[in-house]
Design a protein around this ligand. Structure first.
Ligand SMILES: Nc1ncnc2c1ncn2[C@@H]1O[C@H](COP(=O)(O)OP(=O)(O)O)[C@@H](O)[C@H]1O
Ligand SMILES: [Mg+2]
Length: 226
């Protein structure tokens, strides 16, 4: 007998309808795309939508951007509510740990932060730089995704790729879901697309869907085109 998976809303307008109501819980979801396709916007909306409903989130940044800068950067979006910072949404800068600790010590550090905060929603942005120095990178990523899922959370991890590539293959191997963000030049215009490539235990819409990035809602998946 098949059990109904419990699900957590993605926070992205138009996406839940494509994935049977939300991300399976627990899960690790890879959001992949080249620079500027909207990965950080996606991750932030995922957290802020949860925060609005009283859900706890952690945003792990691996780029060492000072929090101050992060706040100013993201305030372009109307869904970013400053009062949530430091309460429903905790920012943790992992830049120093990433440089100074070995991959498995780094994992323990992440685990400790999660155990203190007990979030429902976790973001690691970008994931592409985590664990890449480990001698068995695939095994490391597999262990990391399992640890994240032990907390019964949904983690959105972002993967940056060169334009033209779809996703980072090693990360894709161990995650439960893959969402691609793409920008394509079509004549004079640059169009944006979102595609659900895989989603564990879910009958999802296939094929690329047009999307937009708006100041009020962040990423918006537009009505399905055929
Ligand atoms: N207020 C806004 N309204 C509409 N689009 C925006 C706004 N702010 C940023 N963007 C778009 O979002 C994109 C940046 O998205 P971001 O999430 O930082 O991408 P990534 O993390 O994939 O590099 C920019 O390319 C820009 O076009
Ligand atoms: Mg980004």
């Amino acid at each position: 007998m098949e059990n109904e998976l419990s699900r957590l809303s993605s926070g992205i307008v138009g996406l839940d309808d494509m994935i049977e109501g939300g991300f399976p819980m627990p899960s690790v979801i890879l959001v992949a795309g080249s620079a500027g396709t909207g990965k950080t916007t996606f991750a932030q909306k995922f957290l802020f939508d949860g925060a609005r409903k009283g859900e706890q989130g952690i945003y792990f940044t691996t780029l060492s951007e000072p929090t101050e800068w992060m706040l100013r950067f993201s305030s372009r979006y109307e869904f970013v509510i400053k009062d949530y910072f430091g309460r429903e949404i905790i920012y943790v800068d992992l830049g120093k740990e990433l440089r100074e600790t070995r991959p498995y010590e780094f994992l323990s550090y992440i685990d400790e932060r999660i155990s203190e905060i007990r979030p429902q929603r976790i973001v690691i942005d970008p994931m592409t730089v985590v664990g890449a120095t480990d001698s068995n990178y695939r095994q490391f990523l597999y262990d990391m995704t399992n640890r994240l899922k032990n907390w019964n959370t949904v983690s959105v991890v972002t993967g940056e790729v060169e334009p033209g590539l779809l996703y980072p293959p090693e990360i894709a191997y161990s995650v439960d879901g893959i969402i691609l963000l793409r920008m394509e030049e079509e004549g004079e215009i640059r169009r944006k697309y979102l595609e659900v490539l895989k989603m564990r235990g879910t009958h999802h819409v296939t094929g690329r869907q047009s999307m937009d990035i708006t100041a009020s809602q962040g990423i918006v998946v537009l009505k399905s085109q055929s």
